[in-house]
Design a protein. Structure first.
Length: 158
């Protein structure tokens, strides 16, 4: 004998996705996990897109700067040594920023802002140094793109 479908017990609803919802540390203040307003959802999507874009650009900049640093002779003239050191520093800062932005753990907004601002400043300084070094123009461009991505992401934190 078949039981009518309306008499079956329903399975409990799955718990809300806390990992995707905002409202925790590191997310915009106006975004919460319980809201259904379109603007708030759009803010969350923009925040996540900008965060991912910034992380991706930081990773690209880290690779470009590490490559640029490896192409410079460590025992070379002072200007080449400055390029090498800036390349190493920029690669390390961009890599650290990429890791911070890629993590979903508990991060407070102030710490996130400091890390991204630091990355932006180092990228701009590095671009300035690379501009003065023939052959490093592409790396300078990547650094500027990273600085712009950091600036764009910081506007979503405001």
């Amino acid at each position: 004998m078949r039981v009518p479908p309306h008499t079956h017990a329903r399975a409990p609803a799955p718990p809300p996705r806390r990992w995707f919802g905002a409202g925790g540390p590191g997310y915009p203040h106006r975004v919460t996990t319980t809201t259904s307003q379109t603007t708030t959802q759009e803010e969350l999507f923009r925040f996540l897109e900008d965060r991912f874009g910034c992380a991706q650009t930081c990773a690209e900049c880290a690779r470009a700067c590490a490559l640029r640093a490896s192409l410079v002779d460590p025992g070379g003239p002072a200007d080449q040594e400055a390029v090498r050191r800036k390349g190493i520093m920029c690669a390390e800062v961009c890599d650290a920023t990429c890791r911070v932005l890629s993590e979903q753990g508990s991060q407070d907004e102030a710490a996130l802002r400091v890390q991204v601002e630091w990355c932006r400043a180092v990228c701009l300084e590095s671009a300035h140094v690379f501009d003065a070094h023939p052959g490093a123009e592409d790396t300078a461009k990547v650094c500027r793109e990273c600085a712009q991505a950091c600036t764009d992401f910081m506007t979503t934190l405001a």
